[in-house]
Design a protein around this ligand. Structure first.
Ligand code: PLP
Length: 395
């Protein structure tokens, strides 16, 4: 049955695609080996570098984020290489599983899925690796299953402090375009991005931003690869082309989404995400519910993961909210299944969209009979209104 009004999509990706971006894609196909397409590619690549804050190349894959994860590993590593990862959530676990399946030896630093990768634990492990057997440290910046964000500058410092030569690879799939991210400054060797979250695009494109050190490593890396081969990409990209068929119409969408980011300003977008995340946390605190992220230094700005009280079903809550208010929330993943729900607040949204989502959650808590205090929506509104006033009165 059709429903009135617009669907409220508040999963932490795919996110709402602005109408402008949808319209931009709605174009007749063109020749991906022709001059118009080459010009489009060459217009996009330097603007992607600005988004990643990198000076080296960015490659674009017609694949979901998982493909770009694989590309990062197979282009830089050889069978049996040791990689250091942290067991901080569902996506970190999937990346680790991929490393194992590719024939790497992945070591998984333990954690309780309530915090991000620990800089101290990484420092200690690398310090003990005096033979430099660990070839890469792979970190998920923003763990989308828990809403915990890694302190990447501290992790970079931990690697440098012990003078370890490992490559630094970062999954920025749910942070790029919504949280502070600096590929060059943090000396990341491979950044892995995806289209469907902060970039406000449909799923289907993913990215590797690549350092010179990673390019050097790729010259001797022996893991088998074909589709993901950086070399083929980089040589074709020089003239604006691809070694195989790119997702041509998504390129128009990318062009328009980057224009929106440029118009709004990346710093403003990051500040807006921080503000929306804070408003959401205020609602959660007022409801008396518990955040999954246990360390305030690691709160994510792009999503908030919330426990339902013991003995209640997060999935039943989500189902009630979808049924009654046409609002989609993120499900709990893997060991957090049915214990948490996630509010995505990344991409194209404003204060009122956020308040709509938060009020939908508050009404849903009531309908589902989940013990909570009233007033979460009010707390979020008070914060947003207060913060707005402070901005207006600033000189
Ligand atoms: N890494 C993170 C942090 C994610 O959030 C996701 C997907 O949500 C992935 C990796 C996997 O990306 P994809 O589903 O696009 O393959």
């Amino acid at each position: 049955m059709s429903k009135p009004g617009r669907h409220f999509l508040h999963i932490p990706g795919p996110t709402n695609v602005p109408d402008r971006v949808l319209r931009a894609m709605d174009r007749a196909l063109i020749d991906h080996r022709g001059p118009e397409f080459a010009q489009l590619t060459l217009r996009l690549l330097p603007r992607l570098q600005k988004l990643f804050k990198c000076s080296g190349p960015v490659v674009i894959y017609p694949a979901s984020g998982t493909g770009a994860w694989e590309a990062a590993l197979v282009n830089t590593l050889s069978p049996g290489d040791k990689v250091l990862m942290a067991d901080i959530g569902h996506f970190a676990s999937l990346w680790k599983d991929m490393a194992d399946r590719l024939g790497l030896e992945a070591e998984f630093l333990p954690s309780d899925w309530r915090r991000a990768a620990d800089p101290e634990a990484i420092r200690d492990r690398l310090a003990a690796d005096t033979g430099h057997e660990i070839k890469a440290v792979c970190v998920v910046h923003n763990e989308t299953s828990t809403g915990c964000a890694a302190r990447l500058p501290e992790i970079r410092r931990a690697i440098d402090d012990v003078g370890h030569p490992a490559l630094f690879m970062v999954d920025t799939i749910s942070s790029l375009g919504s949280m502070d991210y600096r590929h060059d400054e943090w000396k990341v060797d491979v950044s892995v991005g995806g289209s469907q979250k902060g970039m406000m695009l449909p799923p289907g494109m993913s990215f590797n931003a690549i350092s010179q050190k990673a390019l050097d490593a790729s010259k001797t890396a022996r893991l088998p690869k074909c589709y993901w081969e950086w070399n083929d990409m980089l040589s074709a990209n020089q003239n604006g082309f691809f070694p195989y068929t790119p997702a041509t119409n998504l390129f128009y969408a990318l062009d328009e989404a980057l224009t929106i980011i440029e118009e709004q300003g990346l710093d403003n977008i990051i500040a807006r995400h921080e503000r929306h995340a804070e408003a959401t946390r205020r609602a959660v605190h007022a409801w008396g519910l518990e955040l999954v992220c246990a360390d305030p230094r690691e709160y994510s700005s792009s999503l908030t993961s919330i426990f339902v009280p013991e003995g209640y079903s997060a999935n039943a809550l989500r189902a009630q909210i979808l049924e009654n208010f046409d609002l989609s929330l993120g499900t709990g993943l893997a060991r957090l299944a049915d214990r948490v729900f996630r509010i995505g607040h990344l991409g194209d949204l404003n204060d009122l969209t956020l308040i709509g989502a938060i009020s939908g959650v508050e009404m849903g808590l009531k309908i589902a009979g989940i013990p909570h205090n009233a007033g979460g929506t009010q707390a979020a509104m008070d914060f947003l209104a207060g913060a707005e006033q402070a901005e207006e009165t600033a000189p």
